[in-house]
Design a protein around this ligand. Structure first.
Ligand code: SAH
Length: 458
C-alpha cells in the first residue's frame, strides 16, 4: 500500500473533525467529505504506520443519511464539514462526540447525558460573519471564505449559514473598493488596506453593524461607503478596526466609528445587550436562548445565591442569572466587553451584578487570597465558567475547588477541554450531575455543551 493508491472503502465512523473513517487491510483511513454509510473510491494522499488520509474520488454507494448540501462550495470551504450528512445524524454525531470525550479524556463511566438540543431551521442562523478580503489573479477584489486549512479565498458572498443581508453589504463594500481603488490586504507582503469585513446583525432588534478591519489608520473616501451602507435597513454602526500587525488574529485594538454608534443592541429572553465589534457574542441567538436557559436551570437559583460568572463576555449569562440570584460577579479579559456588560446591567435595571476586567485565572485567585488575608473565606454558591476552546486554567480550577461552591455550571464550546477540566474537578469533590449538548453551530463539527456539577461531601 502506498501513496496515490486507490482503495474502495466502506465508511463506518466519523472522526472528530467530521472526516469519514473506513478500514482497509487493518489500516484506518480518514476521508474528508465521506459520511457514515457511504461506499467510496478514495486515493491515498498520506500514509502513516497504522492510519492514513485519502481523497474522495467517487461516491460508489451513497449513505442513506447523505443529503444534498445546501451550499455549492461546501467541499472547498473550510466552514461546514458535515453539511452532506442529514441534520438528524449531525446531532447524533455531536452528542456522541461529547459522550466519547467525557469517557476517553474525562474517564467518566456513567454519564448523565440528556438529549442534544437541536435547531428547527438549521440554516441562516449566524448573526456574525467575518469575510476575508483579497485580490484575485485578474486583480479584482474578492471576498468569501478561506478554503479548508488554507488562506486562499473562495469567492462567495452567499454563505448558507449567514444572513441574506451579508451579500448586500459585501456588494456595497467591494463596489466601493473598486470604484475608489482601495486595495485589499495581502498576507504575503503585509501590504494593502482592507483585511476583513465584519458584519453583525441583532436578530431581535434587526440592528446591523459593519466594521472594516484595516491595515492602517484611516479609509480614504470612507464617507462614500457610509452613504451607501446607511441605505440598508437597520444599519446602526459603521466602523473601522485598525490591525497593522502581521498576524492571523483578525481584530486589532483600536476601533474608530465612521457613522452611528460603536455598538448594536440585541435581545435574548428579557434582557437586552449592547455589543461592540470586539466583544464576544454567541453567534446563534436562537440556540443561545436555549443554552442560557439550561445554564440557569442547572444553576438552580432561588434568589439568595452568590454567583461568579467567569469568562462573562458582555455579561450575557451574568445578567440572565442576576434575575434569580442575590449577587452576580462577572470576569472577562476584554475591557470593551466589560464596558458593554456594565452598561447592559444599567440598561436592564439590574443592580446586583458587578464586573471585573482581567483573566479569570488571576482575578478569582487574587480575590480568594485577599479575602483569606482579611480572615474571610471567598464565598460562592454557584460558579459558572464559559471559557474559549482551550478551557480553564488549572489555577482557576484550583481556586474553584478551594471556594467549594455547591454547584459548578460549565458551558463549553470544546468537549475535549471540557472533559479534561471536569476530570480535575471531579477528582476534588465534585460529581457530574447533568450534561447536555446544544447545537449552536449546525453543519460544522463543533458543538456547545453545558454541564452541572454538584459538590459532594468528601
Ligand atoms: N459567557 C459569554 C462569553 C463566552 S466566550 C457569552 O456567552 O456570551 C469566552 C469569553 O472569554 C470571551 O468573551 C473571551 O474574551 C473571554 N476570555 C478569554 N480568555 C479569558 C481569560 N483568561 N479570562 C477571562 N476571560 C477570558
Amino acid at each position: 500500500m502506498q501513496k496515490n493508491d486507490e482503495l474502495i472503502l466502506k465508511i463506518e465512523d466519523m472522526g472528530v473533525d467530521g472526516a469519514g473513517i473506513g478500514k482497509s487491510d487493518g489500516m484506518t483511513f480518514f476521508v474528508k467529505d465521506a459520511v457514515i454509510g457511504d461506499v467510496v473510491r478514495a486515493k491515498i494522499i498520506k500514509l502513516k504506520k497504522t492510519y492514513g488520509y485519502a481523497r474522495l474520488m467517487e461516491l460508489l454507494e451513497a449513505s442513506a443519511d447523505r443529503v444534498e448540501p445546501n451550499c455549492p462550495y461546501y467541499r472547498q470551504c473550510g466552514g461546514c464539514q458535515i453539511q452532506a450528512l442529514s441534520y438528524e445524524k449531525q446531532l447524533e454525531f455531536k452528542e456522541n462526540k461529547v459522550r466519547n470525550n467525557l469517557e476517553r479524556i474525562g474517564g467518566f463511566t456513567k454519564i448523565p447525558m440528556e438529549p442534544i438540543v437541536g435547531m428547527d431551521e438549521p440554516y441562516h442562523y449566524r448573526n456574525k460573519a467575518q469575510f476575508p478580503v483579497g485580490t484575485d489573479k485578474e486583480g479584482h477584489i474578492v471576498t468569501g471564505f478561506y478554503a479548508g486549512r488554507t488562506h486562499t479565498i473562495i469567492p462567495n458572498r452567499d454563505c448558507a449559514l449567514g444572513l441574506p443581508v451579508n451579500r448586500e453589504i459585501l456588494d456595497i463594500v467591494i463596489d466601493f473598493m473598486e470604484k475608489y481603488h482601495i486595495s485589499a490586504y495581502d498576507e504575503k507582503t503585509g501590504k494593502g488596506l482592507v483585511r476583513h469585513v465584519l458584519i453583525r446583525c441583532g436578530f431581535s432588534s434587526q440592528e446591523k453593524m459593519v466594521c472594516l478591519i484595516i491595515n492602517g489608520k484611516s479609509l480614504p473616501h470612507g464617507e462614500k461607503l457610509v452613504e451607501a451602507l446607511r441605505k440598508i435597513d437597520g444599519m446602526t454602526s459603521v466602523s473601522l478596526n485598525c490591525n497593522t500587525e502581521r498576524t492571523n488574529v483578525i481584530l486589532g485594538h483600536k476601533t474608530i466609528v465612521l457613522w452611528g454608534q460603536e455598538y448594536i443592541t440585541d435581545q435574548i429572553g428579557d434582557i437586552s445587550y449592547e455589543i461592540s465589534p470586539v466583544s464576544f457574542y454567541q453567534v446563534n441567538p436562537v440556540q443561545t436562548e436555549k443554552l442560557y436557559g439550561l445554564a440557569l436551570e442547572y444553576a438552580d437559583l432561588h434568589g439568595e445565591e452568590t454567583v461568579w460568572d467567569l469568562y462573562c463576555g458582555i455579561g450575557t449569562i451574568s445578567l440572565f442569572l442576576a434575575q434569580k440570584a442575590k449577587q452576580v460577579y462577572g470576569v472577562e479579559i476584554i475591557p470593551q466587553a466589560i464596558e458593554n456588560a456594565k452598561r447592559n446591567a444599567v440598561k436592564n435595571g439590574i443592580e446586583n451584578a458587578e464586573f471585573f476586567v482581567g483573566k479569570s485565572e488571576e482575578v478569582l485567585p487574587e480575590f480568594y487570597e485577599k479575602e483569606a488575608a482579611a480572615g474571610r473565606k471567598a464565598y460562592a454558591d454557584v460558579i459558572v465558567v464559559d471559557p474559549p476552546r482551550k478551557g480553564c486554567d488549572e489555577k482557576l480550577l484550583d481556586t474553584i475547588v478551594k471556594m467549594a461552591p455547591d454547584r459548578v455550571v460549565y458551558v463549553s464550546c470544546d468537549s475535549a477541554t471540557l472533559a479534561r477540566d471536569l476530570k480535575i474537578l471531579c477528582e476534588q469533590g465534585y460529581e457530574l450531575k447533568r450534561v447536555r449538548a446544544v447545537d449552536q453551530f449546525c453543519h460544522t463539527v463543533h458543538t456547545e455543551a453545558v454541564c452541572c456539577l454538584h459538590r459532594v461531601n468528601m
